[in-house]
Design a protein. Structure first.
Length: 236
């Protein structure tokens, strides 16, 4: 999804900074954006490492002078029964899927507040508790994604006076490698599709359309919200 978000924002004229824990995975995205005639740069960044986050933000601000939009998309999903999750596995999931979002949002807000304008979009999931969908083998993942929604609402309250809107997008089943990581059997996949009114897996580009909207001036009166892009899953 990160690739789709980067391309969608670039298509609207944004200069895009693409990051990944492995730089070779984000460079092809930068190359594709440049082939479109738009500006982009790639940085290696581990979102769970504050020093590395600060270093990348420092370099980005030095190069471009300001920051307007942050899309917090980094995340992992390694399914495992709750009784078997180790402390190390729990910490890794929360560090990347939740702590990393806070570190990036906090640093981004410090830059955005200088211009009294900013858009932060946090990628959560329908597997986030409350009105969300539970998944067996995902105790650590759902805890993190539920935390993302709570974090989003609190940051929206605190940073509204700074001119920063903070929202979340909760995708349903989207055709990405993370769906493959869930290792669902054909029977489980069939049952899941039957619970989705549109009867299909979503495309990353369909989530990106929501990202572009929430990052735009048209979404100026939306903050603290969670937009579900799930094919009607929660409505079923």
């Amino acid at each position: 999804m990160g690739k789709a978000h980067a391309l969608a924002l670039a298509s609207q004229g944004a200069t895009v900074i693409v990051t990944d824990i492995d730089a070779k995975d984000c460079q092809p995205v930068v190359d594709e954006i440049k082939s479109m005639g738009n500006k982009a740069v790639c940085f290696k960044m581990d979102v769970s490492d504050k020093k590395e986050v600060d270093k990348v933000f420092d370099e980005a601000i030095k190069e471009y002078g300001r920051l307007d939009i942050l899309v917090n998309n980094a995340g992992i999903f390694i399914p495992k029964p709750a009784l078997e999750i180790t402390e190390e596995e729990w910490d890794r999931m929360l560090n990347i899927d939740l702590k990393g979002m806070f570190l990036c949002a906090q640093r981004a807000a410090r830059e955005m507040s200088k211009n009294k304008w900013g858009r932060i979009v946090n990628i959560s999931s329908v597997a986030s508790g409350g009105a969300g969908v539970g998944f067996a083998g995902a105790a650590h993942y759902t805890a993190a994604k539920g935390g993302v929604i709570g974090l989003t609402e609190t940051l929206a309250l605190e940073w509204a006076s700074l001119g920063i809107n903070v929202n979340a997008i909760a995708p349903g089943a989207i055709d990405t490698p993370m769906v493959d990581a869930a290792k669902m059997t054909k029977e489980v996949m069939k049952a899941m599709l039957e619970s989705i009114p549109l009867r299909r897996i979503g495309r990353a580009e369909e989530v990106s359309a929501a990202v572009v909207f929430l990052a735009s001036e048209e979404a100026s009166y939306i903050t603290g919200a969670t937009l579900y892009v799930d094919g009607g899953w929660l409505a079923a």
